[in-house]
Write a protein that binds this ligand. Structure first.
Ligand code: 6GU
Length: 260
């Protein structure tokens, strides 16, 4: 997969050289390119923002500068795929880049959204600063047939989209084939298919500061361990995320679960 990130603070994305994502890049599994939006300005001051029409506080990012950047980075779908009439036959990977715009006013970025984005061939992440990007930018690329997602990473306010882009690249990057060494780690986890938070985990030593690892985990009895883990996952999810319990499909519960 190729991901282009456009920002006025490319250094913010330096962390993506590290850890699993950095390794994926060096292994050629992820082609990540970070661009400075100011490279697409044409004035002496390299201006990217201006005052909002209608008044109000703060500055808004100019559509003309973003247009120059995105025209260059987003492949024209008409070029990459076939015409409209052939749309249904065109596999998603040939439909041009998916534009992602991190914004606190977007839809919530979830594990499901990460899974969707991980199936794309190309992502372009447009990081806004100040009060955001002129609304015509998203309109224009949607109108030209690009998939466009405005996404928020949660209900709090950040100064710009860069940290959200870091979150999204890491969440998507670890789902790419070959990035996480043991694909099993991707199956049993919080926000996975079970719809529950992960159970608590323990390692050596078995006794630490007068605290013992739950005995069942040392028993070697796989069925009992599985039952214990499921119970703890349910208990924890009910306490911390009642919204996730409410959203469970009854078919995701077994007879023992229902007794709890
Ligand atoms: Cl994506 N951007 C900003 N600026 N703030 C946020 C956010 C994004 N998600 C949550 N807060």
């Amino acid at each position: 997969m190729r991901i282009d990130v456009v920002t006025i603070f490319p250094d913010y994305l330096a962390a993506l050289d590290l850890s699993l994502v950095g390794k994926a890049r060096r292994a050629g599994l992820l082609d990540l390119r970070v661009h400075d939006l100011r490279d697409w300005t044409t004035d002496r001051h390299r201006t990217v923002d201006d005052t909002p029409f209608g008044g109000g506080a703060g500055m808004v990012m100019r559509p003309d500068v973003w247009g120059q950047a995105l025209d260059e980075l987003l492949t024209d779908p008409a070029e990459a795929g076939a015409g409209d009439e052939a749309e249904a036959d065109v596999p998603p990977v040939t439909r041009g880049a998916h534009l992602v715009v991190p914004t606190p006013s977007g839809e919530v970025f979830t594990q499901r959204r990460a899974e969707e984005l991980a199936t794309e061939d190309r992502l372009v992440i447009a990081c806004g600063r100040y009060e955001g990007i002129d609304a015509r930018v998203v309109e224009r690329y949607r109108a030209s047939g690009h998939r466009v997602s405005e996404l928020s990473i949660g209900d709090y306010v950040l100064n710009g989209g860069e940290v959200a882009a870091l979150v999204m690249v890491e969440a998507v990057g670890r789902l790419l084939p070959g990035v996480v060494g043991n694909p099993h780690s991707l199956v049993e986890e919080s926000h996975g298919a079970a719809g529950l938070l992960e159970y608590p985990v323990y390692t050596k030593p078995p006794r630490w500061q007068d605290r013992d690892v739950p005995e069942v985990l040392l028993s070697g009895h796989h069925a009992r361990i599985e039952r214990w883990r499921r119970d703890r996952a349910l208990e924890r999810t009910a306490a911390r995320r009642p919204d996730m319990i409410a959203a469970l499909d009854p078919r995701q519960l077994d007879a023992h679960d229902r007794d709890l």
